[in-house]
Design a protein around this ligand. Structure first.
Ligand SMILES: Cc1ncc(COP(=O)(O)O)c(C=O)c1O
Length: 448
């Protein structure tokens, strides 16, 4: 039986750096790492890494300096901004602000929103915490078990009170599901509220257009878009951004500074204080342009096949339960979460890594309120598939889970300081200068 898509087909779609990295297993053998955790961070596309290597010899200060290389670097930075804006189909008068990541983008927007905000309880903490403490107030709508019911609750809230903004995820980082954005935007606009789309997950899986959805803002991260060089973006309406306080006070954000007062820049510069991340911006732009050039149908088909294979495989294993947000949601992106009866997720994740070379995520996925509502207080396992995932990766996961259920567990796993790890781990380290040991995750894993 062929495992579709094969490694060759995936490489043909878009090669990534490290797509064939070999990792050691507990029994001394080696396998190609199966990265099923792209929802946390994706590897770099080869074209992105190549672009970074091309630009590096031309690297110099951005927006400061008359030297030839500074002029090249400044031009590359501003061209990157244009490519990033095009990727989300920004309107002509939208601003594109280059940030560090989605968290940064949403915190930036939160610093300028001039009124009350509405969020639902399914959000990642990045699109929840900045609003929880919003000075103009927030309403947190608890989602219902259906899309229709959740939309009704949002609408009822918007009818009862005036909101400046509805902040909503484009795709859940827990289940890959989403509310129909066009409906959310329509109902919000009808009641005079703007819409922020948290695009951190959505944009790695689907085309997104500010113009077509009529959403007002989108926030996203390069490290989830195959460009892990430290950038992110916030794109959207200029007026609040130009009226609000500078997000990062410092060089570049000002027109004139006097001892007692300052005249601030308008436009992106107002919020991009300090020296910009040229390499991050160029990498993000390269990823944007590459993803925009993908055959949309081939991309969608690649993911659909993998997700269906994954769901079918998981459903065939006794004791596995796949979490759902909305029973009537359609076309989730390639992210899902499951639990296995009577099994601690961290234990299972450690076993899958050490005995099958699989990278999955366990925990509460920075979505504590949602996990509590889904009655998963101890967390779950998240699996994500994307451009670099093969059918073999998915099948290896399913086979690994079957072996686990059958009791074929070779390692001894211990819970230390709340985190599972392999006892007597003798897997060799890669030959990377300065790497002395694998991270003892106890104490280092700050993101649950
Ligand atoms: C839906 C969603 N929003 C926001 C974020 C935060 O992204 P970052 O950590 O890149 O700021 C994540 C990260 O997992 C996410 O999945």
């Amino acid at each position: 039986m062929t495992l579709t898509p094969t490694r060759t087909e995936v490489e043909a779609l878009l090669p990534v750096v490290g797509g064939d990295t070999q990792v050691p297993l507990l029994d001394g053998s080696w396998v190609t790492y199966a990265n099923l955790d792209g929802a946390a961070s994706t590897p770099a596309l080869q074209v992105v890494a190549d672009r970074v290597a091309d630009v590096m010899p031309w690297y110099a200060s951005v927006h400061r300096g008359a030297g030839y290389l500074s002029q090249v670097s400044t031009a590359l930075y501003e061209e990157a901004r244009t490519e990033i804006a095009a990727f989300v189909d920004a309107r002509e008068d939208d601003l594109t602000i280059i940030t560090r990541n989605t968290t940064d983008s949403i915190n930036l927007l939160a610093s300028v929103v001039p009124g009350k905000v509405l969020v639902i309880d399914v959000e990642h903490h990045a699109n929840f915490l900045p609003w929880q403490s919003h000075p103009q107030g927030v309403t947190i709508v608890v989602g219902s078990a259906t899309v229709a019911g959740t939309l009704d609750r949002i609408e009822a809230e918007l009818e009862g009170e005036t909101y400046a903004l509805v902040a909503i995820t484009g795709a859940s980082n827990v289940t890959g599901e989403a509310l129909p954005l066009d409906r959310v935007v329509a109902v919000a606009h009808q009641h005079g509220a703007r819409v922020l789309v948290d695009g951190a997950q959505l944009l790695a899986h689907r085309r997104f257009s500010l113009r077509e959805t009529d959403a007002d803002y989108v926030a996203f991260s390069a490290h989830k878009l195959y460009a892990p060089y430290g950038a992110g973006a916030l794109v959207g309406r200029a007026d609040w951004l130009d009226a609000g306080p500078a997000y990062l006070s410092g060089g570049g954000a000002v027109r004139q500074v006097h001892l007692r007062d300052t005249t601030w820049q308008a436009g992106p510069a107002r919020h991009e204080g300090g020296t910009p991340n040229l390499i991050g911006a160029v990498a993000l732009a390269a990823a944007c342009t590459t993803l925009a050039g993908l055959d949309e149908q081939a991309w969608a088909e690649h993911e659909r096949v993998l997700r269906e294979r994954l769901v079918a495989g998981l459903e065939s294993i006794e004791g596995v339960r796949i979490a759902r947000l909305w029973v009537d949601s359609e076309e989730p992106v390639g992210v899902l979460t499951f639990t296995m009866e009577d099994t601690e997720p961290g234990y299972l994740a450690a076993y899958l890594a050490a005995e099958h070379g699989l990278g999955v995520r366990d925990g509460r996925f920075c979505a504590h309120p949602l996990l509590a509502r889904l009655d998963l207080p101890l967390g779950a396992i998240r699996v994500s598939v994307g451009l670099a995932t093969t059918g073999e990766d998915v099948d290896r996961l399913v086979a690994g889970l079957r072996a686990f259920v059958a009791g074929q567990i070779k390692g001894d796993y211990r819970l230390v300081d709340g985190l599972w790890h392999l006892e007597n781990d003798s897997r060799p380290l890669p030959q990377i200068d300065g790497l002395l040991a694998l991270a003892d995750t106890a104490g280092l894993c700050t993101s649950d």
